[in-house]
Design a protein. Structure first.
Ligand SMILES: Cc1ncc(COP(=O)(O)O)c(C=O)c1O
Length: 461
């Protein structure tokens, strides 16, 4: 790291360069702010001084309204698994558009996508569609409460499960508020959630088996569900220890509680998600993101015993939504999954692995940067520390120690034509669509090499 004043100079230069390259985006941002707070409708994609406005995407390339071109390492946070404007997905969506968009009735593509998902994910005997990952975790939790007739939910510190009330606690708590690692303080992630909701949510420390055991034990009489991502993604792509997941599986079964895996993001790690990789089957699974081929989607499902509660013919739970099972999302989803066989996942994961090796061995190593690209399969996260990162606090402390460095890297990479997330500089490898022919092709490591060269340049203080 350079000294403070040199760092400030770098940052200022990156901001000036960024503004210079994105004048039209700035105009649009200022116009958008008149009617939308922050000029947008999605907090996660905001950054200072203002985000670039994207005009189009093709394969692994994004173009902004200012004419800048970027290698897209973000894939809309894992959604665009085949890149942008994939010809087969577009054709499937267009075919559905020409037949009509929404009918207020079931249709065949919905059953087709449900069938594919149930075949792939070990826990899914039956499922239902909704419109987002948020809804998927929300309905999973409600189903667990209905099934057990209990109220308490245990979630892990540092895991993001969407934006509904029950899961808006201890998502990214600051270290000065978080309290004892063995007994994390429940920290509201947003105002506006009634205390009555919070009272039924208990926070456990991810990967801390002894402390989690204690917290579950203390809540055993009213435990409806434990919800967990089998790999914690937003806070740093940190896998759960297998013993940790095995314990959660065993204890929830013993107590008659429901184990929910949030695989909204981790489902991208293999054909049958992380549950297949680790051989642990939850009672319910929440899905979203890539399974709709770039269209809005969510899904939740699990054992027939629990899911049959949602049957209008005899079940006790209602689950409606004007756009549930939207025909265009279903059609795009079927096509997307059709192109994702085991070999495709292997290729994609190999790219993730290559990226991590390249950046660790060819960038961070030679430059002496104390940082690591950590990840699972195709999802990588940059931790600015050389110490082990096994839970939210390890990641958060490392992030707090380097201040604005991830922000500088983010702006620097944007200025060099590399599109990534600001938070944790999260990265996904590139989809396999050939930029020139617009046809699917094998994934190429060329853009990865280009990205790595940019990282080297930016971190060569
Ligand atoms: C693990 C996880 N669960 C749930 C969600 C919520 O999904 P959505 O943004 O579709 O509501 C997200 C979103 O990023 C997520 O990362």
């Amino acid at each position: 790291m350079p000294d403070k004043s040199t760092f400030a100079e770098y940052l200022e230069k990156a901001q000036v360069d960024y503004r210079f390259r994105t004048l039209r985006s700035m105009e649009l941002y200022n116009r958008s702010r008149r009617h939308m707070p922050g000029g947008d409708t999605r907090t996660a994609v905001f950054f200072l001084p203002y985000p670039s406005f994207i005009k189009s995407g093709q394969g692994y390339i994004l173009r902004d309204v200012d004419g800048n071109q970027y290698i897209d390492h973000l894939n809309n946070y894992t959604v665009q698994i085949h890149g942008h404007n994939h010809p087969r997905i577009r054709a499937a969506a267009e075919a559905q558009l020409s037949r009509g968009t929404s009918f207020g009735a079931p249709h065949d593509k919905q059953a087709e996508l449900a069938g594919i998902l149930c075949q792939r994910f070990p826990s899914l005997e039956k499922l239902r569609f909704c419109n987002s990952g948020t809804e998927a975790t929300m309905f999973s939790i409600r189903a667990a409460r209905a099934h057990t007739a209990k109220s308490t939910i245990i979630k892990m510190e540092g895991i993001y499960h969407g934006t509904h009330d029950t899961v808006e606690t201890s998502v990214f708590p600051s270290m000065d508020q978080a309290g004892d690692f063995n007994r994390p303080n429940p920290i509201p992630s947003t105002p506006g959630v009634p205390q009555g909701v919070r009272d039924h949510v208990k926070i456990a420390p991810f990967n801390n088996l002894a402390a989690t055991k204690q917290i579950i034990e203390q809540n055993r009489d009213d435990l409806a569900a434990v919800i967990v991502e089998p790999v914690m993604t937003a806070a740093g792509v940190i896998p759960a220890d297998p013993e940790y997941l095995e314990y959660l599986r065993g204890i929830t079964r013993e107590l008659g509680a429901v184990l929910i895996f949030d695989e909204v993001v981790t489902s991208r790690m293999s054909l049958g998600g992380v549950q297949e990789m680790v051989g642990i089957t939850p009672d319910l699974t929440a899905l979203g993101k890539y399974i709709g081929g770039g269209m809005p989607i969510g899904a939740f499902g699990g054992s027939a015993e629990i899911m049959d509660m949602f049957s209008p013919a005899g079940g006790c739970m209602s689950h409606s939504g004007t756009f549930n099972g939207h025909p265009v999302s279903m059609a795009a989803g079927v096509e997307t999954l059709d192109m994702l066989d085991r070999t495709a996942f292997e290729r994609l994961n190999k790219l993730g692995h290559s990226f991590r090796s390249m950046i660790n061995e060819d960038v961070f190593g030679p430059l002496g940067v104390r940082a690591q690209a950590k990840g699972v399969g195709s999802i990588s996260y940059i931790h600015y520390t050389d110490r082990p990162v096994n839970n939210y606090r390890d990641a958060k402390r490392a992030g707090e120690a380097v201040g604005d460095l991830p922000y500088l890297v983010h702006l620097g990479l944007l200025n060099h034509g590399i599109w990534i997330a600001e938070r944790g500089n999260t990265l996904f490898p590139l989809p396999w669509i050939n930029k020139q022919s617009n046809r699917p092709s094998k994934p190429s490591s060329k853009p990865l090499l280009k990205s790595c060269r940019c990282w080297s340049r930016i971190l060569s203080f």
